[in-house]
Design a binder for this molecule. Structure first.
Ligand code: SF4
Length: 306
């Protein structure tokens, strides 16, 4: 079913976040048509009193002015050209980006300023913007994380109803790597007992390295209220015995206990170390020249451009 899209201009483009490995994010859309069953954004939606269950992702907000607002924010004298992660709360390459091109417009704004940025996506559409990503990489640190937690077709279909198949995402990794873009594979989230088995981890890491991924990292399922109910209900409909097992594993907690997660992460670290990158994959483009932030214009100093 096609989601309902609606335009709603934003007042700010950059969001300051806490408790994440980065401080700034940008989301050209809100809501995600990929509707992954495990999406952690469902828990935020629940807290904001918005649909977090089956209706999540059926309505997607488009920020038509996001690139224009971003340009103003990047031009502020107080902006210290920090790394911005695009797509932490939605997929910036979900299908609507094909026609609206707002993610692309935001990347162009970063490139103009030589601002470092990262992208997190499950959308192969990212390859359309190889030209901008390559140019951005010449001016600042740019990283693309393509999420591929499993190659298992059944698991993919059940848990990620709206995303492109893993093979299409691997192809995207290959095309990005071939364009000299620093591209990593994010094995996230790994589902305990479903996608964290040693052979499954090895298959993903091998495929990622064969495609030319510069690195691979992993994160395990995080089940907060909002995500928990929908994820477990989906499992129940297909593999009821898995629901019972996962319910017990996550009883009273959102994160897995370390005794369960640590060996999985250690295994991924070993595989990353021991699995070489595809021979002949180009080295990532390194920033040739990272210019100092341009001095503010007179209008900016007066605040007239804000
Ligand atoms: S692609 Fe990412 S943001 Fe979109 S539903 Fe899946 S996990 Fe959530």
């Amino acid at each position: 079913m096609r989601p309902e899209y609606f335009d709603q201009p934003c007042r700010s483009a950059l969001n300051h976040v806490e408790g994440m490995p980065f401080e700034w994010t940008l989301n050209p859309y809100m809501g995600c048509a990929h509707r992954c069953t495990f999406c952690y954004v469902r828990s935020f939606e629940r807290r904001a009193d918005r649909p977090s269950g089956d209706a999540y992702g059926r309505r997607v907000r488009i920020k038509p002015n996001v690139a224009e607002v971003l340009r103003r924010e990047l031009a502020r004298p107080s902006w210290a050209r920090e790394v911005v992660v695009v797509g932490a709360a939605t997929d910036p390459y979900q299908p609507i980006e094909g026609s609206r091109r707002l993610t692309r417009a935001c990347l162009e704004a970063f490139v103009e300023r030589g601002n470092p940025f990262g992208i997190i996506t499950r959308g192969p559409l990212v390859v359309r913007d190889r030209d901008v990503l390559a140019e951005g990489s010449r001016r600042a640190r740019v990283t693309v994380d393509v999420s591929i937690p499993t190659l298992d077709p059944d698991l993919w279909r059940v848990t990620e109803p709206g995303t492109a198949p893993p093979a299409a995402r691997l192809r995207a990794v290959r095309l990005l790597a071939d364009a000299g873009i620093r591209v990593r594979v994010a094995m996230a989230p790994l589902l305990p007992g479903l996608s964290d088995r040693p052979e499954s981890l090895a298959n993903v890491v091998r495929a990622a390295r064969d495609a030319g991924a510069t690195s691979v990292w992993a994160g395990l399922l995080y089940l907060q209220a909002g995500t928990r109910e929908h994820f477990l209900a989906t499992l129940d409909a297909v593999w009821p015995e898995e629901r019972a097992r996962l319910e017990a594993l996550y009883a009273g907690r959102a994160h897995l206990p370390k005794r369960v997660s640590a060996p999985v992460l250690a295994r991924v670290a070993e595989l990353r170390r021991d699995t070489p990158r595809r021979a002949g994959a180009p080295d990532p483009i390194e920033a040739e020249h990272v210019p100092e932030p341009e001095p503010p214009t007179f209008a900016e100093q007066l605040g007239l451009a804000l």
